[in-house]
Ligand binder design. Structure first.
Ligand code: ZN
Ligand code: ZN
Length: 409
């Protein structure tokens, strides 16, 4: 995301809706209005003439007969429709809860990776443990793919969508696999499966069970902050750079004024009323500088809102790896899915921070797979412990554990 791209521009690679492309918005509005029973006719240049039923008139704030324009030049009498303003919110009103939950089956011919051991060695990097591939066998999984709309607002604004997916069979958060799968998922399709048909799924398919709502929410609460931070990093870097520049400018300006007032004061005899005036001037400059710094801090303070947009339940065949993790005398088996469509093995999520960061370390007691910070020393007593084993407080001294988001970045 270039730091100076226009405000509101969707971040590339983050599943942007693409409505900003020429013609896309007009096409979307045409489809939506026709679906809602409106009569829609294209008018030149890049516009629509709409005869809308009452509920659509109310939701969109349109008259019974209206004209909408999408291009640089509007048809006579048309209102401009675009990403600016509140048009997206108005369309959301028309859509209501529809489209927020979809179900899809992606079938693919069963195929195993050529070199399973090699694939595993590439994807699973453990710095303090060994592992062994026990088995690779065909299976089906279900992913919940959640899309969120993220808005960051300060002196600048950034809007984008963020995709978070969970493999319900293994608990993995396969960011890289889903990113590679995105073109397949986002491509227009007329598969009947999109509507929820299970035609593509063999009769005897065993899908993983649904998760309790609380379990999913808990995972999302851990997994979103590090991903939002990563996605916002270039934006925040740009803000920090501009904030630093403005602070330097303020400092230079007030410092010169202050030094000048002090110099003039010192040049005058003590007891001279003009000297007192210069001293007061220097104090006033100091106060003004601090107030301006506070203004800057307010101007650059960033408010980030996260809003759930839609969920896709995606069922598809995978190759399931069973892997034995060994550390000292203990061992543990985990399962990792190899996605057949994008031909990639999913990395296990850190069992504490849920981040996708690598490599992983393995803890002594439960053989949790975690990022290095999760096994770091206690903030208070300095002794190391596993945050996945002890998410609340240090087992040695009882000091509270800082949230993963704050420690991992
Ligand atoms: Zn542990
Ligand atoms: Zn401690």
């Amino acid at each position: 995301m270039p730091p100076d791209s226009g405000s509101g521009a969707p971040a590339p690679g983050l599943g942007e809706p693409g409505l900003g492309e020429p013609g896309r918005m007009q096409g979307f509005v045409t489809d939506l209005l026709r679906h809602e029973g409106a009569l829609v006719e294209a008018v030149e240049p890049e516009g629509l003439e709409v005869l809308a039923p009452r509920p659509v008139q109310q939701a969109l704030g349109l008259g019974e007969l209206s004209r909408l324009g999408f291009g640089g030049t509007l048809p006579p009498g048309a209102q401009r429709v675009g990403l600016e303003g509140d048009w997206l919110d108005r369309f959301a009103q028309v859509l209501g809860p529809r489209g927020r939950w979809t179900r899809r089956v992606l079938s693919a011919p069963s195929r195993a990776p050529g070199d399973s051991e090699g694939v595993l060695g590439q994807e699973l990097v453990l710095d303090n443990a060994t592992f062994r591939l026990l088995d690779v066998s065909p299976a089906w999984t279900r992913y919940l793919v959640l899309d969120f709309r993220i808005s960051a607002v300060s002196d600048d604004k950034r809007d984008f969508t963020l995709r978070l997916g969970v493999n319900l069979a293994t608990g993995a958060l396969p960011d890289a696999v889903l990113a590679a799968l995105a073109p397949t998922l986002d491509a227009p399709t007329d598969e009947p499966a999109l509507g929820g048909s299970d035609a593509a799924m063999p009769d005897d398919t065993a899908l993983p069970a649904s998760w309790e709502r609380a379990r999913l929410l808990e995972l999302v609460a851990r997994a979103l902050p590090p991903r939002v931070e990563t996605a916002l990093a270039p934006f925040v870097k740009g803000l920090r750079r501009r904030l630093g520049r403005d602070q330097d400018r303020l400092h230079a300006y007030h410092n010169d004024l202050h030094r000048e007032a002090v110099r003039r004061a010192l040049a005058l005899a003590e007891g001279d009323p003009r000297r007192r005036r210069e001293e007061q001037r220097a104090e006033a400059i100091g106060r003004e500088y601090r107030a301006k710094l506070d203004d800057l801090a307010r101007q650059y303070a960033t408010r980030v809102t996260v809003e759930w947009v839609q969920t896709l339940e995606l069922a598809m065949p995978v190759q399931r790896f069973t892997v034995q993790i060994r550390r000292r005398k203990a061992d543990r088996s985990i399962r990792l899915d190899w996605n057949q469509v994008v031909r990639r093995l999913e990395t296990p999520a850190c069992e504490w921070s849920a981040s996708a960061e690598r490599p992983r370390l393995v803890c002594d007691d439960a053989l949790h797979l975690v990022v290095a910070t999760a096994l770091g020393p206690c903030q208070s007593c300095g002794r190391p412990f596993c945050r996945a084993c002890h998410p609340e407080r240090c087992p040695k001294c009882g000091a509270g554990v800082l949230p993963a988001g704050g420690a991992v970045s």
